[in-house]
Design a protein around this ligand. Sequence first.
Ligand code: FES
Length: 373
Amino acid sequence: MAGSEKSSLTKPRWLLAELTYACPLQCPYCSNPLDYARLGDELSTEEWKRVLSEARALGAVQLGLSGGEPLTRRDLAEIVTHARQLGYYTNLITSGYGLDEVRIAELKSAGLDHIQVSIQSPEKLLNDELAGTESFEHKLKVARWVKQHGYPMVLCVVIHRQNIHQMQQILEMADELGADYLELANTQYYGWALLNRDHLLPTREQFAEAEAIAQSYKEKVKGRMKIYYVVPDYYEDRPKACMNGWGTTFLTIAPDGMALPCHAARELPGLNCPSVRDFSIREIWYESAAFNRFRSYGWMKEPCRSCPEKEKDFGGCRCQAYLMTGDMADADPVCSKSPHHHRVLEAIASTQRSASDKPLFFRNARNSRALTG
Ligand code: FES
């Protein structure tokens, strides 16, 4: 790419470092790829440090440390120390499982800025069932420790059909724990969540009722707890501006070093995402075919090409387009202008009709191998 073309591109601001696919939990809505158990070796500490340095030099300022469960990496504090020295704002995205006060203090002295703890449900039985691991009481303890150690208390609850009826209890739990932020993240259907969609997609009525409860609670806790309600895009008629536009803001590095324009891009056929083991972050961001594939608007087909909203939503999500139509350059079917919008309506209709007779697949290595041959 010529120098003038490069200078017209934005730089990555957000680096998501998926440190590992290992996870003691087995959430059936996980967005990790189905075949994660077959993927190659994890990056070493030194490789991660190089990735962080190169991305920071290019302009990244926010660093998310996720997985899998990032706490399974014994070098986490060393990676955080390096990130802080480089000037990142560092976020740990964790289930809390495996976190204790010693480790929280260790991460604090390494310079970690922010811990986001996820809870599956405000009810022990459902939490432990969804996590596939007895973890509820420990998660509550972790949430309290996080606050006591001076971090902003950020709680995340992924919302779906199994827990959406508990919205009021979820809000009360967050309030009781003293959460500064509560993220109510409606499930997005990629990876394991897509596989289990019939069990997870709430009905339109459930969604509307839960949203009303969350909105009125927002008023009640104004100035005390901020509530972010991530709307499920299946119930929208315009798509989300996924990744704020492909290759504009977000850079994800998978545990095996694959560089992805979004966390689900590994599933897109023929995209040939580059590896940090073969290329520098600068080369990946500017030169790779994968990061250039859906930049700007030239790749668009109708109806996106002539749509007056294309600069707002960028045609929606490439991964969702591929997963629902088989063509990653199609309009996101969530959009009511998409000729494939009926597929979203069919998914909603099937969830309204009856409970699924398909099994619920928990995300674990055994299922990963069995499902991906
Ligand atoms: Fe890949 Fe939306 S998740 S583009």
